[in-house]
Design a protein around this ligand. Structure first.
Ligand SMILES: NCc1[nH]cc(CCC(=O)O)c1CC(=O)O
Length: 325
């Protein structure tokens, strides 16, 4: 029988980042429910495989083992990095909460405190993400800088280690990940979203549970931040409508935008920006669209779809490689 003292089981990957974000949510859920929350470690294929992410089917590989555990009732809920969640909703599960998002931006961690513009010609910059490669190469071109992007994988500590060891001049990572493991102070530049748009959903978490768990779902929903939910819904709708996977060169960010409306005073809208590009950065489609705020799920989804259509009309599909064709 389930009682107030029965622990809730929170399934988590074993990485430092996963443990940190699961630990934070566990504490909040424990306060909300008055029940202890126990972390259950789940190993995913993405954790054990050394193959490149693109080869093993994108970041969804980190998620499926947690979802299997949820569906089989071995755990009660799971915390995912939203940007690692495939856009298709699985049967039998739901996102009970999307808490307030952290800083969605990417950061540079470079040797000797360098910013991107200060990197030497021929600098080796580590990232395995086609989205980052595309935008970094495009930015370098506008600065008249020649860089070499070097595909790397591994957890955050491993990636920063390539800079510490002198193997690479810099790596690019998500600010949110660094912040959650307490290493944000090692960033040498926060990358402005005018030059690098983050991955759809970056910086946000998703708290997932089984549809049958109505009581737990209702409690977890108290952690939900409606603005974050609307923003990431628009970003993920763009990604889905471009028919791109989570390892595609797609950046997206939805933010509040204050518009001057002379008759009724200022109005706040939801502004969605999107970018798609070739990994060498020679060709980019970058566009934006605005919708109402607050935004219902339908309105946020429509905004993403609308922007995708405009980007596809400008040739976005041709820039994404065969996945999109
Ligand atoms: N790609 C892996 C990944 N998945 C989630 C984060 C942390 C940031 C987030 O929660 O969005 C990271 C690390 C990174 O991209 O640097």
């Amino acid at each position: 029988m389930t009682t107030l003292t029965t622990p809730l089981r929170l399934g988590t990957r074993r990485s430092k980042l996963a443990m940190a974000q699961s630990g934070q949510v566990a504490e909040q859920v424990s306060k909300l429910t008055g029940r202890p929350v126990e972390l259950v470690e789940i190993t995913t294929y993405g954790d054990t495989s050394r193959e490149a992410l693109a080869q093993i089917g994108g970041t969804g590989v980190f998620v499926s083992a947690l979802r299997d555990a949820l569906l089989e009732g071995r755990i009660d809920f799971a915390v995912h990095s939203l940007k690692d969640l495939p856009t298709a909703d699985p049967d039998g599960l739901l996102i009970a909460a999307i808490p307030l998002r952290e800083d969605p931006r990417d950061v540079l961690v470079a040797r000797d405190g360098l910013t991107f513009a200060q990197l030497p010609d021929g600098a080796r910059v580590g990232t395995g993400s086609p989205r980052r490669m595309s935008q970094l190469n495009a930015w370098a071109r506008t600065l008249g800088l020649r860089i070499e992007t070097v595909p790397i994988r591994g957890n955050i500590d491993t990636r920063i280690g390539y800079v510490a060891s002198g193997e690479l001049d810099a790596v690019v990572l998500a600010a949110a990940g660094l912040s959650r493991i307490g290493r944000l102070d090692e960033a040498t530049e926060l990358l402005h979203t005018d030059v690098v748009l983050p991955a759809p959903g970056q910086g946000a978490l998703a708290v997932e549970c089984s549809v049958g768990q109505t009581e737990l779902t209702a409690r977890l929903a108290e952690l939900d931040d409606p603005f974050t939910r609307a923003a990431v819904t628009a970003e993920r709708s763009l990604l889905a409508a471009l028919e791109a996977g989570c390892s595609a060169p797609v950046g997206a960010l939805a933010e509040p935008d204050i518009e001057r409306d002379d008759e009724h005073g200022p109005v706040t809208e939801l502004r969605l920006r999107g970018v798609v590009g070739t990994t060498d950065g020679t060709s980019l489609v970058q566009m934006s669209a605005t919708g109402p705020l607050p935004a219902s799920r339908e309105e946020a989804t429509a905004l993403g779809r609308e922007l995708a259509q405009e980007m596809l009309a400008k040739g976005a599909a041709g820039l994404m490689g065969e996945r999109a064709l």
